[in-house]
Each structure stands twice: as C-alpha cells, then as structure tokens.
Design a protein around this ligand. Structure first.
Ligand SMILES: [Fe+2]
Length: 305
C-alpha cells in the first residue's frame, strides 16, 4: 500500500506478516510490531531520539564478544531476564542465567574443590539438594556451577585466574546432592562503559549485584533450570542491579569458627551453605552460552559483570 498517514504505517507493516508460516513466529512478530510502533507513538519519539536509540542498540552488539555479553547484561538490568524466568518457571527454583555461564566446565567429583588457582577468600563448603516438585531427590543430574572471586571477577574476565577457576560440573548422587568446596564469593559491579552503564546512570542506580553462586541443573525428563543463591546477610538484596533476588533464591551462610571443616587443611573460620533446587518435569535443553572464552585483557572499565 502507498502510505498516506501515520496510522497507516503500522497497518502496512502488519499486512506484510500474513505470509509467515509458523503461527507462533507470526504472533511474536505481529505483537512486536504493534508494541514497537505503539511505544514510538506513546512517547512521540523524535528523530534525534531515534538516532540515539539506533546507536544505543548497535552498541550492544558491538560490545559483545566471546568474553563479554552486553546484550544479556542489559536484559537483566531492564528486568526482562527475571520476568521471562518467572513467567516460565512457577514450580521450580529457577533464576536468571546472567551473562557468565561457560559451557564445558571440567567434571569434579562430589566434594571436590573448584578453586583452581590461588584465590583470596574464606573457604565455603556448599551442598545442593536437587529435588522434583514432589520433593523426591533427583539423582544423576548434571550441575554446572560458577561464581565470581572476591575481586568481583569471573575467571573469563580475569587473566590472573586459571582457566575455569570457580567453575565446575557435578553429578548429583543417590540423595540428589552435589557438594563442592570453594571460597565465599563477593558481590560485584556490573560492567561499566556500555549501554547498561548509561541506563543505570540515568536512573541513579548503583551497579552492584549481591554476592551469589550460580548453578545450572539439567537431566533428561526435567526442565533445565539456571539458579542463583544469595546470602540472607547481604545488604543489597532489595536493590540487585539485575533484579535477580527472588524469595526462593535466598540462602543462609553458616559461619564456623572453631569446628573442624570437611577438609583437614582448613584451620581458620569457614562457611557452609545448604540450598535446595527444585526441578519440574519438562524439556532438558541448554541455552546458548553467553560467553565462550577467557578475556586476555585485564578487566578495567568493561571488567566485572
Ligand atoms: Fe553472577
């Protein structure tokens, strides 16, 4: 059609979606067009603002590399990651994936350490209990775990850490448990220097995430979950820059001052944490890894995430 009026634009674009074969794809594209056009009309987007928006979205792609994922980062800081997670996981303990899962972590026997190079921090012995929605343990599930160091950096951001430091893959035992030794992690600021920082600054938001441990649990017959557990002593649980803290993702660190640790080389204070992860029946699948490699650049303004 030859467009004459503003309102005819949306009509013209929607009319070109009629030949989409897949009904779900058609539904998504039509809704996207309606909302995108509706948004532009709602705010009466100016040409200068549209120009800035094009540059902003372009930057998301330009900054995304094998070792950094700006697009997934801003999805978290817009709350979209948690919204999609909660819409699709009402029975499980899923939490947003975040921008730092690497696929292929080395297998570690239950109880083993994921500290692969000298890493500051008090020892932490973590036990995860994987159960189904009836409360029965799930044995033989794969569990990828990953978290940041006390410098607030993941190993892929930090050349001073060994490859795969603070990452590992476990298999749940007959009791549905997986156990590992690590160090109690710290919170961290998400990366500066990109569109996410711009979003935070204009909102006068701080850039920090509360300390957390990531896991991804997958086994045939169960819907894969990514999960995070946050300590209940963290001061910024209510203002997580990624909106990740949900009620069922809050755990409790137990501090041990004068008790023998599971490993005899631990002499000072140490921590333990038990946390339960719930899976529901469904499809086992793996998301696209947000990052694939270690950065060879020491983290600076684009560093922590
Ligand atoms: Fe994280």
């Amino acid at each position: 059609m030859i467009i004459e009026t503003e309102d005819q634009v949306t009509e013209a674009v929607l009319s070109e979606t009629q030949r989409i074969d897949d009904p779900r794809t058609k539904e998504i594209i039509q809704s996207l067009i309606r909302h995108l056009h509706g948004f532009a009309k709602d705010v009466r987007l100016t040409e200068k603002e549209f120009n800035a928006a094009i540059n902003y979205v372009t930057k998301l792609g330009q900054l995304t590399t094998d070792a950094h994922n700006e697009t997934r980062l801003i999805a978290g800081s817009l709350g979209l990651s948690t919204l999609v997670c909660m819409m699709n996981n009402d029975k499980s303990t899923a939490n947003l994936l975040g921008p730092f899962w690497r696929q292929g972590a080395p297998f570690v026997e239950n109880g083993g350490s994921i500290v692969r190079s000298p890493t500051a921090g008090l020892p932490l012995f973590f036990t995860g209990h994987v159960i189904d929605t009836d409360g029965k343990p799930i044995a033989g599930a794969n569990v990828d775990v990953w978290h940041a160091s006390t410098k607030g950096l993941y190993e892929n951001q930090d050349p001073s850490q060994a490859d795969w430091n603070l990452r590992g893959r476990f298999i749940t035992d007959d009791k549905g448990e997986f156990r590992y030794r690590t160090i109690k992690p710290s919170g961290y600021p998400v990366p500066a220097g990109g569109p996410t920082e711009v979003l935070l600054e204009v909102q006068h938001r701080h850039p920090f995430r509360p300390a957390h441990l990531h896991s991804m649990v997958y086994k045939d017959g169960f819907k894969t979950i990514t999960a995070q557990v946050y300590g209940d002593d963290d001061e910024i649980l209510e203002s997580d820059v990624q909106f990740g803290v949900t009620q069922n993702s809050i755990g409790h660190y137990v501090r041990h001052e004068n008790e023998p640790a599971p490993d005899s080389d631990v002499t000072g204070p140490w921590y333990s944490m038990d946390h339960t992860l719930v899976l529901e029946r469904g499809e086992s699948w793996l998301p696209t890894p947000p990052v694939k490699a270690k950065s060879d650049v020491m983290a600076t303004s684009m560093g922590a995430s």
